[in-house]
Ligand binder design. Structure first.
Ligand code: SF4
Length: 243
């Protein structure tokens, strides 16, 4: 395991030639304490693949910001039941949410930007969760965001969330897949998906910060639409911006 952490650049070259299933198999074999981050359609593709490769090894967590759509909560439950897995639903610190809402109201992100709210509701809980694992798997794709995801590797050292004096490895097995490939897999394998996709939503986050996208719009245009494309990350994938 330590050996693999040392040279993720070389490993990325090798793994980039592999299928997502082969990348997941490699990740599950190399790391005992590894978790899949679950929020969207891509993540359930990862869960489906991982359950077929090694069902006993699948750890899944999901961030509940307190601002998700009702359909997203139903989706999380559907995935839990469909695969018979435990999902660790991680919540923000109540005191931090309470302070922000008391001082700035429930929609401060429209007046300022989304950074403070995402930091409290997403990044803090993610940081807490990632302190408990050695590696994590995400559903990021290169064509998901024109400003921030065009060069994400299949495997990387996640310096943004690593424990002090330790390393954290991040796998993005779908980095080279397109949205069409993801949806082909979902349809062919009867993978559960969020009912909001049938209502025109493509990239789904929190309810106040997500809207449907029309024909010809990039999927990321439905997220934080009042901000610049280059800022459209909530910080969960901080290494995309820090580079
Ligand atoms: S996406 Fe919007 S509501 Fe959700 S944590 Fe970020 S700013 Fe807050």
């Amino acid at each position: 395991m330590a050996e693999n952490r040392l040279n993720t650049v070389d490993l990325d070259r090798q793994l980039s030639e592999q299928t997502p299933q082969e990348i997941i198999q490699y990740a599950l074999e190399e790391f005992d304490n590894i978790a899949i981050s679950f929020s969207g359609a891509e993540d359930v593709v990862l869960i489906d693949m991982a359950c077929k490769i090694n069902p006993g090894k699948v750890q899944v967590f999901s961030l509940d910001t307190g601002r998700l759509h009702a359909e997203t909560y139903q989706f999380i439950e559907k995935v839990r039941e469909h695969y018979g897995i435990e999902i660790d639903v991680v919540f923000p610190e109540a005191a931090a949410v309470n302070k922000m809402v008391r001082e700035k109201g429930l929609f401060s992100f429209y007046k300022e930007d989304h950074k403070e709210c995402c930091s409290i509701r997403k990044i803090g809980p993610l940081r807490r969760k990632l302190l408990t694992v050695d590696a994590w798997i995400t559903g990021q794709r290169r064509d998901q965001s024109p400003g921030t995801r065009t060069s994400i590797p299949v495997i990387q050292d996640d310096k943004a969330f690593a424990r002090p004096d330790d390393s954290l490895t991040k796998f993005n097995p779908l980095a080279n897949w397109t949205s069409a490939q993801v949806w082909n897999y979902i349809r062919s394998n009867n993978v559960p998906y969020n009912a909001l996709h049938d209502k025109g939503f493509v990239s789904i986050g929190c309810e106040p910060c997500t809207r449907p996208t029309g024909p010809g719009q990039h999927e990321r245009e439905g997220r934080w639409w009042w901000e610049e494309a280059t800022l459209k990350e909530c910080g969960l994938h901080a290494v995309n911006i820090n580079k």
